[in-house]
Design a protein around this ligand. Sequence first.
Ligand SMILES: [Cu+2]
Length: 125
Amino acid sequence: MSDNVFALETIEVKAGETVRFVLHNDGALLHEFNLGYSATHAAHEQEMIAMFRSGMLTPTGAHDMSHMEGEMDGGMAHDDPNSVLIEPGAREELIWTFSKTKNLEFACNIPGHYQAGMVGKVEIR
Ligand SMILES: [Cu+2]
């Protein structure tokens, strides 16, 4: 990934397949790799907007959230198993087992990035 685009537009997997995604952020901005449906991406973007407002996330990185435990209502943290944040220049991994489903997307929900085209389809055969 780079600013603001994924190198792949489509990922093809088989139902039941477990994939280890190795994600490189070659951009100057913080990006996310999130597996979900459009509605869940939209909801997650709202959470991300709140994290930016609170200072947990900045355009170029994620702050150490360990200091903030107990200060945040509802235990807000970026720890969903279907999602990973990748800081500029970093490499992260996400392992996911795909079940047979339709309309799955991989997307970046940093505010504005999905709309800029940071989204692709997961085709499950
Ligand atoms: Cu992004």
